[in-house]
Design a protein around this ligand. Structure first.
Ligand code: AVI
Length: 321
């Protein structure tokens, strides 16, 4: 079998450019974290997941390793022995692939805005899973999470939406609520398997988003190169520095790019001048308590929630239906 791709027509470059320009003109300037993810940005994110300071990926993997059998049993009890797996923001698809042995999906539908990276990932995956239907969808689901019907083929019916890695944290609570509702509709009476990073001491969080090797800084600065391509702008990454810190009151990491000196950016139809020290907001990463996140799931319409965690209580995996 070969992977099926339903891409490109889902992502409108002109709409992305308009969105980027609006963000740059906003007061204060802010662009969506989805602009991190061109092919290089997706690779830099993979590198982040291997950093000592970035505990999220390995903590979540350890939860799946330790509780995988129980999680798979709970999924199979709801969805039968060969569920359909749908993953928004699949990236390298490595997390889902590591669960194929336990979950035994009959179809895996991977959605990502970084289409070329997703294509490479699925082609690399297919030989090890020749009988598995692999579908890649190039989709910007930050506006709306929904699938083109061709993605499911004849596999309509309840599915498992897999949203690991605390990607939900990159949405403000109101947007996260909307996304959880859309994930519930997408699962068509199935379930959501989601990874959520938890509130913890600021020093641990600050290090995770401002690592000693500067990989997160490169990830953040690469957004400017991506914007230059999307928007035709003339950002010079060397004019900017990476800033990341945990805001305890808002329970979120804020990531910014800060102008090292007075600078300007121009693009067809617009420009913006920045003073030294002015910031461009690039990402929020909200950190949740399990209680607050379960309340959000409840508000989104989920009635039943099973919960697994690591011994230190740093990260949660929840199965909600
Ligand atoms: C993709 N997302 C869950 C990452 C996070 O931790 O918020 C993105 C990231 N930003 C900086 N480091 C990693």
């Amino acid at each position: 079998m070969s992977p099926l791709f339903l891409d490109l027509h889902q992502i409108d470059p002109a709409a992305l450019a308009r969105e980027a320009a609006l963000g740059l003109l906003a007061q204060p300037a802010a662009v969506s974290p989805k602009f991190f993810y061109d092919a290089l940005g997706s690779r830099l994110f993979e590198a982040i997941t291997a950093l000592d300071e970035y505990y999220l990926t390995r903590t979540e993997a350890a939860i799946f390793e330790r509780h995988g059998a129980a999680i798979a049993a709970a999924v199979h009890a709801r969805l039968g022995p060969r569920p359909v797996l749908v993953e928004p923001g699949a990236g390298s698809c490595r997390k889902a692939a590591s669960l194929f042995g336990m979950l035994r999906p009959r179809r895996y539908v991977a959605l990502d805005i970084s289409v070329d990276y997703l294509r490479e990932a699925l082609w690399a995956l297919q030989p090890a899973h020749p009988a598995l239907a692999l579908v890649g969808v190039g989709l910007d689901f930050s506006a709306r999470l929904a699938l083109p019907p061709e993605a499911l083929g004849t596999d309509v019916g309840p599915s498992l939406v897999f949203y690991p890695g605390s990607s939900i944290g990159n949405f403000a609570p109101a947007q996260a609520l909307r996304l959880l509702r859309e994930a519930r509709a997408l699962s068509q009476g199935g379930a959501l398997l989601i990874g959520v990073d938890r509130v913890k001491p600021a020093a641990v969080l600050n290090a995770a988003y401002d690592d000693a090797l500067g990989v997160t800084a490169a990830f953040n600065l690469n957004l400017l190169r991506h914007l230059n391509r999307v928007l035709g702008s003339d950002f010079r990454p060397a004019d900017w520095r990476h800033i990341a810190f945990f805001d305890v009151a808002a329970s979120r990491i804020e990531m910014h790019l800060e102008a090292r000196h007075a600078t300007a950016v121009h693009w067809p139809g617009g420009e913006r001048h920045f003073m030294a020290g002015d910031r461009l907001l690039t990402e929020h990463a909200y950190k949740w308590t399990p209680e607050a996140f379960e309340a959000l799931l409840h508000e989104a319409g989920y009635r039943d929630c099973q919960h697994w965690s690591d011994d230190a209580g740093g990260f949660s995996v929840m199965l909600a239906a």
